[in-house]
Structures are given as C-alpha cells and as structure tokens.
Write a protein that binds this ligand. Structure first.
Ligand code: DC
Length: 214
C-alpha cells in the first residue's frame, strides 16, 4: 500500500499541496483536520463541553462522516461551516482528548485500507497513525506567511486587511501551541520525515520536490 503522510501546522500549505499531489499521482486524499473540525462543530451545536473527553468521544463515535471533496456530517454538507472562527477556536481543545483521537484514528486507518493507501494530511499521520508510511513529509512555513495565507482564504477577493492578518496570526499561534504541547499525539516531526519549508516556494515547486522522492 502506497501511503504518503503530510503533517504540519495550520497554513503550512498541507491541503493545497496534498490536493495537487493527489491529482498528479492519481491517489485519493484524506484531510484529517476536517474530521477533528466536524467533531468540534458537533460539540458546539450540541452544547457539549470542549473539556469533557468522554462526552466528546461519544459524539465522535456516533457521527456519520464522509470526507471527500465535500465534508458530509450526518448527511449535511458542512464544508464551509467547519472553517468558521468558532470552530477554529474550539478544534484544538476538542482534538486533545484521547477518546476523540482513538475513534478518528481508527476511521483514518479504515479509510486507508479501503482505498489501498493514498495521501493523508494532518498533525500526527507520520508519527502515530501511519508510522510505516511510504513517505513522510513535514511541511512548515514562517508564522507570518501562514497567517497571510489563511487570511487570504477568508477573503476570496484577495484584499487582505492587516488587522485580519494579525488576528489570524494570533489564532494560528494559539492553535500551534495547543497542538504541539498536548499529551496525546502532539504535532512533531515524525521519525524519518522530510522537512520542507514552503515559506518562499510555490505549490508547484513543493509538489515537484515531493513527487521526485517517490
Ligand atoms: O489542518 P486543520 O487546521 O484543518 O486542523 C484543525 C485542527 O485539528 C488542528 O488544530 C489540530 C487538529 N488535528 C489533529 O489534532 N490531528 C490531525 N491529524 C489533524 C488535525
């Protein structure tokens, strides 16, 4: 099974790069961040406390989730709802809990079995979910470039307000801190991962570099 793990912090270009790489290689892609976001959205909607691991675990186990080009949560298309500020603020807290991680990691492994491999992006893919992946990439970029990219995603017209960039940077740094210091499966560079800094490189350059490693 050919499995490519792409990990890294928010705004490092994981999604853009893995989409382009999936097209190039004809592989399926799984965005595991979307799965954690779906649990966070469900928790917000049902009023479940983001500190209540057992209750969050029950939510994760009960949801019907399809992660393809669109994200379907219990049949509803939540592709854009999972990217709002409320979910951004809750998702790192929700994803700290082992009860949540256990269920989502199980689903991620089932997905790979069903598809015979693919490109899986997240925070702990090379370290925990698929430690024997064919190739492990850790994608990173400077905090200011990551904030600029995220701010641009929010504003489709491309006119980026400096205030939005600075609040986005604060939100990204807050999430980095929680994701990197949590007890269960923190964001880290997995053993054997190749680190690629995308700060001053185009998507095409990064995709070429990864494709050349296969
Ligand atoms: O990649 P993203 O920004 O959509 O991820 C959202 C959050 O989900 C991130 O802040 C931490 C969590 N996450 C995780 O804990 N493990 C993963 N494999 C993917 C995401």
């Amino acid at each position: 099974m050919r499995l490519i793990a792409i990990d890294g912090p928010g705004g490092s270009g994981k999604s853009t790069v893995s989409k382009a790489l999936a097209l190039r290689l004809g592989l399926e892609r799984l965005d595991t961040g979307a799965m954690y976001r779906a649990v966070a959205l469900l928790a917000l909607r049902r009023g479940v406390d983001v500190h209540d691991g057992p209750a969050l675990g029950r939510l994760a186990r009960s949801m019907v989730l399809e992660v393809n080009a669109s994200i379907l949560l219990d049949g509803e298309d939540v592709s854009s709802t999972i990217r709002t500020g409320d979910v951004d603020a809750a998702v790192s807290l929700v994803s700290r809990h082992p009860e949540v991680r256990e269920e989502l990691v199980k689903r991620q492994r089932q997905w790979a079995d069903r598809h015979g491999g693919g490109i899986v992006e997240g925070r702990d893919i090379g370290s925990v979910v698929f430690p024997d992946a064919t190739l492990k990439i850790y994608l990173t970029a400077s905090a200011s470039v990551r904030a600029m990219r995220r701010a641009r995603e929010f504003d489709a017209r491309g006119e980026v307000d400096p205030d939005v960039v600075s609040t986005t940077r604060e939100s990204i740094e807050r999430r980095d801190e929680i994701d990197s210091t949590r007890h269960d499966s923190p964001l880290l560079i997995a053993d054997g991962a190749v680190v690629i800094d995308s700060t001053s490189r185009t998507v095409a350059e990064v995709v070429d570099e990864i494709a050349a490693m296969l």
